[in-house]
Design a protein around this ligand. Structure first.
Ligand code: FAD
Length: 291
């Protein structure tokens, strides 16, 4: 099923993101996580794509297949394009087609000095247009409540987002954020710019100090004062920080659900404990949403 069809039917979606484990020994965790997540009957699970190299791509596809065949949940395959040329993208899309994958999150990918960039695709919108022209995939795109770090300003960012949607992106999945006001502003800016696609918020429970540092440096996500206070208060206790981070993510999720949003996309970090806590925390809310 194409995920855009959910929104056409005015369905609010629940979805998760997982990533392919690097080591075979971590496969057990994936199954434990998927067992828990699939109990909530998510509308889709997206699988990230490690830039560079076909073995990364194979792991993403293998995991997407597993989600579809073993857990009967619709997979969305992330696909980056900066270090690939047209023939490589053709090869990926052929494999995806043959595996019955219908949904792709088309991404540019981060710039990486160790990975040579190719000329065929400079932006996610180039990949989106190319895939749309060739095959009947449902294409999702990424969006950023606090702007992509490379964007000069918000006007330019929204203009480029419109290009991506005009190229064929039917759903936008957001970067993580900790202040819901940033997300509401993004949706408003999209609507003003004539972007009518569903914009789905991405929520990541913050559960340890190392992860917090990564969020700031890699995603540029800002911490609202109320969240900063929580981090400072419980920084000394791993267990307390875990509880506080989970509780913050759940509060954020519930606040979003009580507003006019079209779905929730939760980053699970392949952690079955996180997945379990999230599911426990929202299972009755989801029952109401799925009625
Ligand atoms: P783009 O949409 O191309 O935007 C990148 C920058 O270029 C922005 O500043 C934009 O404003 C600008 N831009 C866009 N179009 C134009 C144009 N026509 N002219 C000039 N400038 C333009 N990375 C991975 O490697 N693997 C993953 O699995 C993965 N999953 C992700 C999932 C989500 C939900 C999100 C939000 C991000 C994910 N990323 C992933 C990270 C992503 O690859 C990076 O954020 C990357 O730097 C930008 O990708 P993009 O698709 O948003 O790029």
């Amino acid at each position: 099923m194409k995920i855009a069809d959910y929104y056409k039917k005015n369905k609010r979606t629940l979805s998760f993101e997982i990533f392919p484990p690097k080591k075979d020994s971590e496969l057990k965790n994936i199954d434990a996580t998927l067992e828990i997540l699939s109990e909530l009957r998510p509308d889709f699970i997206s699988v990230t794509f490690g830039a560079g190299g076909s073995s990364n791509c194979n792991r993403t596809i293998e995991l997407a297949k597993k989600i579809k065949e073993d857990y009967h949940v619709e997979p969305v395959v992330h696909l980056t394009c900066l270090s690939y040329d047209r023939s490589e993208i053709d090869e990926f899309s052929k494999v995806l087609k043959s595996e019955g994958i219908e949904n792709i999150l088309a991404l540019r990918g981060d710039r990486n000095p160790d990975l040579p960039e190719k000329e065929d695709f400079r932006h996610a919108s180039d990949l989106t247009a190319y895939l749309k022209e060739k095959e009947d995939f449902c294409i999702a795109g990424a969006c950023y409540p606090e702007c992509h770090p490379e964007s000069k300003n918000r006007v330019e960012e929204i203009r480029h987002l419109k290009t991506k949607v005009d190229a064929g992106a039917e759903v936008l999945l957001s970067q993580l954020f900790f202040d819901n006001a940033c997300f509401y502003r993004l949706v408003e800016d999209c609507r003003i710019a004539g972007i009518e696609t569903p914009v789905i918020p991405g929520i990541m429970p913050v559960i340890n100090a190392a992860q917090i540092k990564r969020m700031v440096t890699m995603c540029g996500a800002s911490f609202p004062t109320r969240f900063e206070k929580i981090i400072h208060r419980y920084a000394e206790s791993k267990e307390a920080l875990f509880d506080a981070g989970m509780s913050y993510a759940l509060t954020q999720t519930i606040e979003l659900l009580t507003n006019d949003i079209q779905g929730i996309h939760l980053y699970t970090m392949n952690n079955p404990v996180v997945a379990g806590k999230i599911c426990e925390g929202i299972k009755n809310i989801i029952k109401v949403e799925q009625r």
